[in-house]
Every structure is written in structure tokens, then in C-alpha cells.
Design a protein around this ligand. Structure first.
Ligand SMILES: *[C@@H]1O[C@H](CO)[C@@H](O)[C@H](O)[C@H]1NC(C)=O
Ligand SMILES: *[C@@H]1O[C@H](CO)[C@@H](O)[C@H](O)[C@H]1NC(C)=O
Length: 546
């Protein structure tokens, strides 16, 4: 009798704790950082002509977010544009929290004159990332900025503190208004080649980075562009690669580095050359024509400008790129966000439970240029899929995204791939086109276990790197090549899988991965935020019971 009471009361306690207690969306013990962002249109001159740019607190690019592992970021975004607006986070994992992802499949855009407060925790994360505007081709007008997540003070970092920590947001740029670019895409046209390449929103020699002779500096390079991979060189200096999207890498030296769309990496550069100024040169990669831009690396004791020529980038098409990408490996003894060695998790020993093959294609649908994944060109309904899922509004079918390529002509669909929480998947990205591809998966990082030219086969697995492949959030697939990843599905939610080529993303080369747990527990996924904006068929619903 007594023990039965005990069991009943512990069951009650269990229910009380896990079902009735208020959800903890943010952890009280970790610090908070508050941001208030005002988004406006303003005049900018990045490529020599006046353009309408998107400013955040008057800035182009937007302000940098600096955080420490596990910080809570409370970012209140006020939209002063005359149209809907939304910001997304390239590379923040947002554990259990796809509610804050800021893409049209998870969030309603912020209406003009309204605001939305993002509540994010950078749980168990370090490294270099960026944020960007995710709707209406706004990315072509600015609204992006850098994100740096520093290690906590007690966690060892595998290199001495640098004398400076600079962010280089590199990206191709159009002189055309972003609305005209959007109009072209909406009308089924391809975009022309971009007009310029920018570093931190400026063209030729528009930035100066000052260094003291003999000291070492960290440069965080992100490709925030729309169409092109870039390559970067520091004239007369080598770059020591130390971090790629949250992973400390083997510290190899490079004279030039490819950074594809959406990718971020940190290099250390030591000012060990005769005191003068040098070019930091960056150019588009795998493109015809090649466009180049420069910034100045200025020695504080220098009296002379850079001496030409501007160092050129690699010109071969694939071999150099694949070899370099494969040389980027995980340092198994360096710490990550936690002190335990990264290598203690043997990603290569875990058996995968599912193989997904994804092929990109250019499709011509209803007389318009579209892009597709496995033959499906994503169609965005008015109701964000995450909200539709929550309110059980039937705007999509889980399983509407096939697991392997189809070779017919493309079709439009609100494509959602169904996946189980805790599955361990192998995803092979197959590129049968002549252009380099860049893919990003929100809410996740993954190991890039293999890449090669030609067609992937079962035998390709024999050459996977199952030991020290880099763990990152954005991958490239070279022309007529493949790239394979391993990814543990440890984050419940509705996650965007997309091309980082912005015209392709806009015209359908994306879908959503619905990682589902039948437990339906707050331990696996946060409840809907109280302040969630509701639109489409979700308009007028409640985020909390009466
Ligand atoms: C808008 O900002 C106010 C504070 O100025 C805040 O209380 C409110 O929650 C914000 N709205 C949303 C939807 O986050
Ligand atoms: C890996 O990290 C360790 C310790 O953090 C460092 O001492 C070592 O030099 C790094 N190894 C390489 C090859 O970069």
C-alpha cells in the first residue's frame, strides 16, 4: 500500500516536472545579450552608384553580433521597410527551436511597421557565422552582418589570442535594385552576372585593416554573396586556417582559399613581411568573367602603398578546389565548445540508418526558369510550415520530397522530407550541372566525409574520411561532382535545406526537413513562442491556451 502511494506520487511528480512545469525556453544561468535593431532603407554607394540599401541601425553591413558559447540572444527587430521582412541565422543551431529560424517555412515575415523579438541560445557553439535577410531577394540590398561566438574563458583555444580579430564579409553585388532582380526571377528570367565584388560593403581598396609588424591577426571570412564562390589571398602572406564554421581545423597554411556561398572560415595572418601595405585580394571562383576586389593590409609602420600586381586566384576548374576542400580537416585534439576532445565522438563508427541522395537541377516549369531538388521545385504557401504543422493545417504532406534523384522534368510542390529524431543519416549531394553548388542545412552541422568528381556510387564510400572530416554547416559540390555528409538528426523541428545560391534558392532549390519525435515533449522541442507572429491560415490562432 505504502509503496503504491510512493509510486503514484513519484509518477505525479514526474508528470508535474515534465508535463506541467512551465517550459524553459532559455536557461536562466547563462548570460543574456539584448539587441534592438531598426531596419530601414537608406542610400548606399557600394559599387560607385547610389542604390537603395537595407540598413540595420543605420549600418551597411549590419552590426556584428558578438557572443560567448551558451549566451542567450534577445534580438528585437523593428521593420521600418514598407514591406514584410525577416532575418535568418546562417549556422546557429538553435537547439529545439526552429521557431526562431527566420525563414518563410518557420516564421511569418514581420509586417511593415511591426517588430518581432527573436529569442535564441547559442548553446554548445563557437565560431564564425553571419545573419541575412531571408525574404523577397532583400539579401541583394544588404541587411547582413557577421556573428562571432567566442569560447568560454575556461575552454582552451588551440592558438594564442590574436592581436586583432577582423571580419571580412565578402560577396558579389548587383548595381540593379533588388526589386528589379526579384522581378526578373518572378518573371522566369535568369540573373545576369553580378557587377562587383564587395568586402564589408565596399569595393576597390575600400577597407584598410591595420596590423603591427610581428603580430598575428585573426580574419573571419564569410561569403555573404548571391551567386559566386570566392577565393581570397593576402599578398606576400600565408593564411593559417584555424576554424571553419565552429570546428577547429588542422592548422594548414594556404596562399589562397576558396570560400563558397554561405561558408565561413577563420585564418591567422602574421605580419611578418617588410613594412609596407599589401593587397587583400578576393575574386569570383569558377566564373566567367572573373571579378576581383581588394582591401588594404596596412602595416602600422608602413609608409608605402601596395605594390602591384594584385595576386591572382587559381584558374583551374575542379582539381585544386577538391584537393583544397579535402585538406580542410578536423583537429581531433583541439577543444570545441566544451573541454572534452572533439575526437571522443567517433562519427565514423556510427552506423548510418538512412541514405538520402539529393540532386540539383535547373527546370523549366510553366514557361519559367525554376530550380529543383530531386525534380521538386519548392513552392512556399502563405502559412509557414512550422505553424501549419503545429495547428494541423494541411498545407503540406510530410514525405512529399523523394529520397533520391528523379530524372523527369521538374514540378512544383511544397516539399517536406520526413525524418525521425535520432536517426543518423548519410546525405549525398549529386551535382550533374556545370556550376558549383553550395548547400546549407539549418539547425544542424555535419561531417563532410567525402567529395569527388563524377558520379557517386556505393563504392565511393570506400574513400570516405571516417576519422577527421571537418564538421560544418555549409558544403560545396563541384561541377559534375558529389559531396557526402554524415549527420545525426539530434534537433527536432522544421529545418530549411537550401541552395546558398540566392536565385536558385528563390526559385525553388530548397525544401524542409521535418525532424519529428513522437514523444512531443518540451525536452525535445520548445513550445511555440508566446510572441509568434501568425499569418496565412494560422492568423487569429492562439499561441497559448485561454
Ligand atoms: C515588440 O517590441 C516590444 C517592446 O518594444 C515587445 O514587448 C514585443 O514583445 C515585441 N513584439 C514581438 C512580436 O516580439
Ligand atoms: C591541434 O590542436 C592542438 C591543441 O589544441 C594543437 O597543439 C595542435 O598544434 C593542433 N594540430 C594541428 C595539426 O593543427
Amino acid at each position: 500500500m505504502g509503496s503504491l502511494t510512493f509510486i503514484t506520487s513519484s509518477l505525479l511528480l514526474f508528470f508535474f516536472f515534465f508535463l506541467l512545469s512551465p517550459p524553459t525556453t532559455i536557461r536562466a544561468d547563462d548570460p543574456y545579450r539584448f539587441f534592438t535593431w531598426k531596419v530601414t532603407y537608406g542610400d548606399i554607394w557600394p559599387a560607385g552608384v547610389k542604390q537603395q540599401g537595407i540598413l540595420i541601425n543605420g549600418m551597411f553591413p549590419g552590426p556584428q553580433i558578438d557572443a560567448v558559447t551558451n549566451d542567450n540572444l534577445i534580438i528585437n527587430v523593428f521593420n521600418y521597410l514598407p514591406e514584410p521582412f525577416l532575418i535568418s541565422w546562417n549556422g546557429l543551431y538553435q537547439r529545439r527551436n526552429s521557431w526562431q529560424d527566420g525563414v518563410l517555412g518557420t516564421n511569418c515575415p514581420i509586417p511593415p511597421g511591426k517588430n518581432f523579438t527573436y529569442v535564441l541560445q547559442v548553446k554548445d557553439q563557437i565560431g564564425s557565422y553571419f545573419y541575412f535577410p531571408s525574404v523577397a531577394f532583400h539579401k541583394a540590398a544588404g541587411g547582413f552582418g557577421g556573428i562571432r561566438i567566442f569560447s568560454r574563458p575556461m575552454i582552451p583555444v588551440p592558438f594564442p589570442p590574436p592581436a586583432g580579430d577582423y571580419t571580412l564579409l565578402v560577396g558579389d553585388w548587383y548595381k540593379a535594385h533588388h526589386g528589379s532582380l526579384k522581378w526578373m526571377l518572378d518573371n522566369g528570367q535568369k540573373l545576369p552576372f553580378p557587377d562587383a565584388l564587395l568586402i564589408n560593403g565596399r569595393g576597390w581598396n575600400g577597407n584598410t585593416f591595420t596590423v603591427d609588424q610581428g603580430k598575428t591577426y585573426r580574419f573571419r571570412i564569410s561569403n555573404v554573396g548571391l551567386e559566386n564562390c570566392i577565393n581570397i589571398r593576402f599578398q606576400g602572406h600565408l593564411m593559417k586556417l584555424v576554424e571553419v564554421e565552429g570546428s577547429h581545423t588542422l592548422q594548414n597554411m594556404y596562399s589562397s582559399l576558396d570560400v563558397c556561398l554561405g561558408q565561413s572560415m577563420s585564418v591567422l595572418v602574421t605580419a611578418n613581411q617588410p613594412p609596407r601595405d599589401y593587397y587583400i585580394a578576393t575574386s569570383t571562383r569558377f566564373s566567367k568573367p572573373v571579378i576581383t576586389t581588394t582591401s588594404i593590409l596596412h602595416y602600422s609602420n608602413s609608409w608605402s602603398s601596395p605594390v602591384g600586381p594584385v595576386p591572382g586566384g587559381p584558374t583551374d576548374q575542379i582539381g585544386f578546389g577538391i584537393n583544397q576542400a579535402r585538406s580542410i580537416r578536423w583537429n581531433l585534439t583541439a577543444s570545441g565548445p566544451r573541454p572534452n576532445p572533439q575526437g571522443s565522438y567517433h562519427y565514423g563508427m556510427v552506423k548510418t540508418t538512412r541514405t538520402i541522395r539529393l540532386a540539383n537541377s535547373a527546370a523549366w516549369i510553366n514557361g519559367k526558369q525554376r530550380y529543383a531538388v530531386n525534380g521538386v521545385s519548392f513552392y512556399q504557401p502563405d502559412t509557414p510550415l512550422k505553424l501549419a504543422d503545429y495547428y494541423k493545417i494541411p498545407v503540406f504532406q510530410p514525405g512529399s520530397m523523394p529520397d533520391s534523384p528523379s530524372y523527369g522534368s521538374g514540378y512544383m510542390q511544397t516539399s517536406v522530407m520526413a525524418a525521425n529524431f535520432r536517426d543518423y543519416v548519410e546525405i549525398v549531394f549529386e551535382n550533374y550541372e556545370d556550376t558549383v553548388q553550395s548547400w546549407h542545412i539549418d539547425g544542424y552541422s555535419f561531417w563532410v566525409v567525402g567529395m569527388d568528381g563524377g558520379q557517386w556510387t556505393w563504392a565511393s564510400r570506400n574513400n570516405y574520411n571516417l576519422r577527421d572530416a571537418v564538421n560544418r554547416v555549409t558544403l560545396q559540390v563541384f561541377p559534375r561532382s558529389w559531396t557526402a555528409i554524415y549527420m545525426p538528426l539530434d534537433n527536432v523541428g522544421m529545418w530549411n535545406v537550401r541552395s546558398e545560391n540566392w536565385a536558385r534558392q528563390y526559385l525553388g532549390q530548397q525544401f524542409y526537413l521535418r525532424v519529428y519525435s513522437p514523444a512531443n515533449s518540451w525536452r525535445d522541442e520548445n513550445p511555440i513562442p508566446k510572441n509568434a507572429l501568425l499569418c496565412g491560415w494560422a492568423r487569429g490562432r492562439r499561441t497559448r491556451p485561454l
